[in-house]
Design a protein around this ligand. Structure first.
Ligand code: SF4
Ligand code: SF4
Length: 391
């Protein structure tokens, strides 16, 4: 197989951040201190080396990129101030742009003014569209789906999902292909025998259950924080509450949709606060808001090594999540605040428009890590099982 060397890789990477990476002299201090580097994943030094010698495919197709949680320990021990933690974050941004074949992610990361304009136009488009198709605003009680009809929201959502799933699937398949090539993982070693299926099942459980939901390595990594950072501000907890909140909201929406489909409860019917699906949505929303608010505070204050560098697109992702959560709670207040406060209709319109934008930008923003990290962790899970090598 021919190996292509990209002589412009460092220059190109620098457009995504990581300005100091040329200072690295490969001493290995960063790998020695990294709590997540082990025999199966030696980083960040090896990743920096790949960039320095111009091996783009090896860099973006490394599962190690996504196993780093950007704790910043490596940066604090680098004698050259090469900022390896920021390099890892930069390489992940670069990988998101590499696997996005529309080119939108590259624009969002490297041309912030144009990227901001695209985000603004998309938000205005959704807001104006839903305003144009909106119906009557009942004065007696808040009838949100009389204002913007459920079939319209549903249809726009399905169209958006089709676009997002297409670009996401392309990115995920290409990343999986590249990691598999690099790690010598074949179809046979994944599904070719009963033992292979068992290993695959274990790797899936590791990626989705233990790491993505349980945050095991993130938690262990954060043990270094324990003496100084109170539990409510630990990075793993903030990250976990954001994920759990987001998934909880998705689950509540799916259950609501299912109940409507099976004729159990039409969507939009008034229910008390303690109704199980409503309660699930409220708790999940609180969890999401807590996590995202702390992420924004730590980025703003730049207290931790991990929050020293933020690109506008990082803020866009957090802002969209935060506005979606906040408007969701305002709608809830409006629903239970007595006779039809009219502002509730307009908050609902903003909520729907921002949620649509959030979905639309999934493959083109930091949000994409939610699909690339589990893929990499799956291969990491496979690599942990040494039997794979002999399959
Ligand atoms: S990034 Fe710093 S610590 Fe890591 S290998 Fe390079 S010089 Fe050494
Ligand atoms: S930021 Fe933390 S997890 Fe990532 S490479 Fe550096 S030490 Fe390892």
């Amino acid at each position: 197989m021919t190996t292509l060397v990209n002589l412009n890789l460092i220059t190109d990477l620098q457009k995504f951040g990581a300005a100091e990476i040329n200072a690295c002299m490969s001493c290995g201090n960063c790998t020695a201190i990294c709590p997540l580097a082990d025999n199966d994943a030696t980083f960040p030094r090896s990743m920096i080396r790949l960039a320095q010698v111009g091996l783009t495919d090896d860099l973006v197709g490394s599962k190690e990129l996504w196993t780093c949680y950007q704790c910043g320990l490596c940066t604090s021990r680098c004698p050259q101030d090469a900022d390896p933690a920021e390099f890892m974050a930069t390489a992940r941004r670069y990988a998101i742009a590499h696997y996005d074949k529309s080119g939108i992610a590259r624009i969002m990361y490297t041309k912030p003014i144009l990227g901001g304009a695209i985000a603004l136009v998309a938000a205005l488009f959704f807001a104006l569209f839903f305003a144009a198709v909106s119906g009557e605003r009942s004065q007696q009680s808040l009838k949100l789906f009389d204002f913007i009809s459920y079939p319209i929201i549903h249809t726009v959502g399905i169209i958006l999902m089709a676009v997002v799933v297409l670009f996401s699937a392309i990115g995920v398949i290409l990343l999986a292909r590249d990691i598999a090539r690099r790690d010598d993982v074949t179809w046979k070693s994944v599904v070719g025998s009963k033992a292979a299926w068992k290993r695959t099942g274990k790797a899936l459980w590791y990626a989705l259950g233990i790491e993505s939901l349980g945050q095991k390595r993130y938690r262990e990594d954060c043990t270094d924080d324990e003496p100084v950072v109170p539990l409510y501000r630990r990075r793993w907890l903030i990250h976990a509450l954001t994920i759990w909140g987001f998934l909880g909201l998705l689950l509540a929406t799916a259950i609501d949709y299912g109940m409507d489909m099976f004729g159990l409860k039409p969507t939009g019917t008034w229910v008390p606060l303690w109704y199980p699906v409503r309660l699930l949505g409220t708790i999940a929303g609180l969890s999401l808001m807590y996590g995202v608010t702390w992420f924004m505070i730590t980025r703003w204050q730049k207290r931790a090594e991990s929050s020293q560098h933020s690109l506008p697109t990082d803020w866009l992702f957090l802002a969209l999540l935060w506005i979606t959560g906040l408007t969701g709670f305002l709608i809830e207040i409006a629903l239970y605040a007595g006779p039809a406060p009219q502002w509730g209709y307009w908050v609902f319109l903003i909520h729907v428009a921002v949620a649509m934008e959030l979905v639309l930008f999934l493959p083109f923003s930091k949000f994409a890590h939610a699909m690339y990290r589990p893929v990499s962790l799956f291969f990491y899970g496979l690599a942990k099982n040494k039997e794979l090598q002999s399959a």
